[in-house]
Design a binder for this molecule. Structure first.
Ligand code: HEM
Length: 498
């Protein structure tokens, strides 16, 4: 008998493995096809938007850990905290990029620039922003001080209530301009454009859709209308010739100049990234830079302004925390800087302020604030989830689980002091900035900004909420839609002594 050569054994082994794998795959697919669909819970628009917490938690506690719902005409899935980690981290089954793109209605962006949108934005945050964080503090503190002072001085008397959101947006637009574009862009026309563009991007990405009658009655029509009005009219109008020309000529003059760390802006960073070896930036790359700039503005202005409103409202309801944070401001300002002209607080030492922010982000009432899409047919808890479905972990279960936080239903402003957990430390009990590979890369900047705002505000005034209350406008989108309420502000006389 002739011996079998090693080549034949190897080839045979490969063939056998291929047959076994294909058989297992086929069986797994057949198995998934045979799996039942998760129980369906019928919810009204009101259940989803105005009774979110109650309806989502009831749906899961009464029907098991995976539930199917219908929202704005589409089937979606919600899961409890048994599956939160799996959905947020198992990238072979659940995709952040597909989930976010589908939620925001920006799937079309994947057909541009080889589908690198999220990776490019991520790169800006991690490589451009992270390097600049320590330089940012002294530049943005005076802007927050000015914004807080403008708010405190706005009402004619402490009895006149005032709407915080426009002040938060205006301050964040100035801060964003400084952080991303540099001093040369600090002009009233450009700041105005940035405020308007942040609202436009929030509108077109559907962050405000739950508040629209058309969006839940005729979602397709709403999408067409929003797209046409925002993309074709509002964005070009708000970008305006001035801002667009400034960006265009900035790209032009940064070409071929390499990176200058002293004068680095998001524009010079992106030009350096996209220019060819002979220093040219193609038309496609220029338009891509515009898209990435718009995306950065949305994260920075809209998102942070919304959380500034949440944290300020909680602080208005907790006067004892206002006193503590003011005392903290005094101690960290004295310790770090002696200059009588413009003393800067040392934000790293603002541990109580940081703990307060983390506690507000944990307790502000998110029910869902992260999403993933299934990249194939998936078996989740014995149920079949078809490829391309949106899956929302009901994060409320995680925030309020005694597994992660002692006495989780109690708002305790100082509970995180000395624990080593800052407002930017993500974890399964704290999903305000998401979790895993795609956790928010802008969170260090966002926390720095929110801290600066709160410290600047308690420095110049004490404040409470009219009627000691605020109204949640969209329970499904707590993180992206600011609550409604008006502040009653009493400026201090002794600001200069701080
Ligand atoms: C307090 C304000 C903010 C909150 C509450 C927030 C929250 C979040 C959440 C929940 C996610 C999804 C994470 C996941 O699914 O695991 C996210 C992603 C993201 N956020 Fe934020 N964010 C804030 C501010 C910012 C800022 C200021 C920027 C940029 C300047 C930013 C840029 C991004 C980007 C680019 C992503 C996509 C994920 C990635 O690229 O890795 N965010 N954010």
């Amino acid at each position: 008998m002739s011996p079998i050569s090693p080549e034949i054994v190897t080839i045979g082994g490969f063939c056998l493995s291929a047959v076994v794998i294909s058989h297992l795959r086929h069986n797994a697919k057949r198995y998934r096809c045979q799996l039942p669909k998760p129980p369906f819970v019928s919810l009204t628009h009101d259940d989803i938007v105005h009774r979110t917490e109650e309806s989502m938690t009831n749906a899961l506690t009464q029907n098991g850990p995976v539930v199917r719902i219908c929202r704005n005409g589409s089937t979606e899935y919600i899961v409890d905290n048994e599956y939160t980690r799996k959905v947020l981290t198992q990238e072979s089954s659940f995709s952040f990029e597909n989930g976010m793109a589908s939620l925001l209605g920006i799937n079309w962006l994947f057909s541009l620039h080889s589908g690198t949108f999220f990776r490019d934005v991520d790169d800006i945050m991690k490589n451009f922003l992270a390097r600049r964080l320590s330089d940012i503090e002294p530049k943005v503190w005076p802007i927050f001080e000015r914004g807080a002072r403008a708010l405190s001085d706005a009402p004619p008397s402490p009895q006149s209530p005032i709407d915080l959101l426009p002040f938060a947006q205006a301050t964040m637009a100035e801060v964003t301009t400084t952080v991303f574009f540099g001093e040369k862009y600090m002009e009233p026309g450009i700041i105005k454009a940035i405020i308007a563009l942040a609202s436009d991007t929030a509108e077109v990405t559907g962050l405000l859709q739950n508040r629209s009658w058309l969006a839940h009655k005729v979602p397709v029509l709403w999408r067409i209308w929003t797209w046409t009005s925002v993309v074709l009219f509002k964005i070009p109008l708000h970008f305006g010739p001035k801002f667009a020309w400034r960006l265009w000529s900035d790209i032009e003059c940064r070409k071929g100049s390499g990176l200058d760390n002293e004068d680095e802006t998001v524009v010079s960073y992106l030009v350096n990234r996209y220019q060819t070896s002979d220093g040219r930036v193609s038309l496609g790359s220029r338009l891509w830079i515009f898209v990435l700039v718009l995306a950065s503005i949305l994260g920075s202005v809209h998102q942070t302004a919304t959380i500034i409103v949440w944290t300020t409202f909680f602080l208005a309801l907790h006067p004892e925390s206002q006193i503590e944070i003011r005392e903290e401001l005094m101690s960290i300002t004295e310790q770090s800087h002696e200059s009588p002209t413009s003393p800067l607080p040392d934000l790293k030492k603002a541990l109580r302020t940081d703990s307060f922010i983390r506690e507000v982000l944990r307790m502000k009432g998110d029910t869902v604030n992260v999403v993933r899409a299934s990249v194939r047919d998936v078996d989740l808890g014995g149920y079949s989830i078809p490829k391309g479905s949106l899956i929302f972990p009901v994060t409320r279960f995680s925030y309020r689980s005694p597994q992660y936080t002692e006495n989780p239903d109690k708002f305790d402003a100082n509970r995180w002091v000395g624990t080593g957990k800052t407002s930017a430390t993500t974890g399964l009990g704290y999903l305000a900035f998401g979790y895993g590979r795609w956790a928010c890369p802008g969170r260090f900047l966002a926390v720095l900004e929110i801290k600066s705002w709160l410290l600047a505000l308690v420095k110049c005034s004490k404040f409470k909420l009219e009627g000691e209350n605020y109204q949640v406008l969209d329970g499904w989108n707590i993180t992206a839609v600011a609550p409604e309420g008006r502040l009653l502000i009493e400026p201090y006389d002794d600001i200069k002594s701080l």
